[in-house]
Design a protein around this ligand. Sequence first.
Ligand code: SAM
Length: 277
Amino acid sequence: MKFFEQEYFSGEELSDVLVEGDCIQIMDRLPDEIFDMVFIDPPYYLQLPTSRKLRRWGVKTEVNGVDEEWDKFKSFEEYDSFVVKVLERVQRLMKPDATLWVIGTYHNIHRWGKIMQDMGFWILNDVIWLKTNPMPNWLGVRFTNATETLIWAVKDKGSKKYTFNKEYAKQFGIGKIYENVWRIPICSGEERLRDEKGNKVHPTQKPVELLKRVILTSTREGDLILDPMAGVGTTGFVAKMLRRRFFMIEKERIYVEWTKARLKKFSKTAYSLKNDV
Ligand SMILES: C[S@@+](CC[C@H](N)C(=O)[O-])C[C@H]1O[C@@H](n2cnc3c(N)ncnc32)[C@H](O)[C@@H]1O
């Protein structure tokens, strides 16, 4: 029997699983209330012009934005409808006191926040990721965008017993009362995955430090974490480092392959790859 044809899944069967496929279809095959935490790093819908390439001052080299097919939608309407579909499924899959993190930029995060509130999610915080080495605004026509916003929420207002590890919040937040600003560089150097030509494997690979903070503040050892749009698998990689379990979905085969290679570092961690759907 194929994996997703089973009627019932034990927590163990869903531990440390990487699925290649569309997250909407895959999430529909999972049982209710199984995840302790969900991390979503969705397409930004940057809407970059395809005809005009952005160039750096002086040197005139091209700036690589996010130009991938997976970031393209026809309209805000289509994007919002995707957001609703994802959130409906995530809400069903979260345990009653699970939490949800969504990360984005000004392009998309406000849409996610509004839709989450409309659907009954209860926002606990937003956390500002302040990039210590942001990409400058090359044209000099607006502020350099040095932040991303993370929304942290429970599935409804009644969820009170969610995990919040204060001791880690104290370590990571700014100031005496651990304010909600995290200063972290963007992913670079050894950590950044590059192909044999030296090109970035994924345009928006998130820093390990960011995921470390998310996971340490909002989960316990052994918890099961869902990442439905996993890219090159940063969430699962850090989950294993911190003795948590992951269930990741990614639709682009190339990223799935890189995630597999990344997870090999944990040679003792057996994980299953499901691409039979
Ligand atoms: C912003 S990136 C995530 C990056 C990831 N956090 C990392 O550190 O590598 C969003 C990812 O969502 C994937 N994606 C977009 N739509 C999807 C869908 N419907 N199902 C599964 N994956 C999807 C894209 O292929 C892309 O890799």
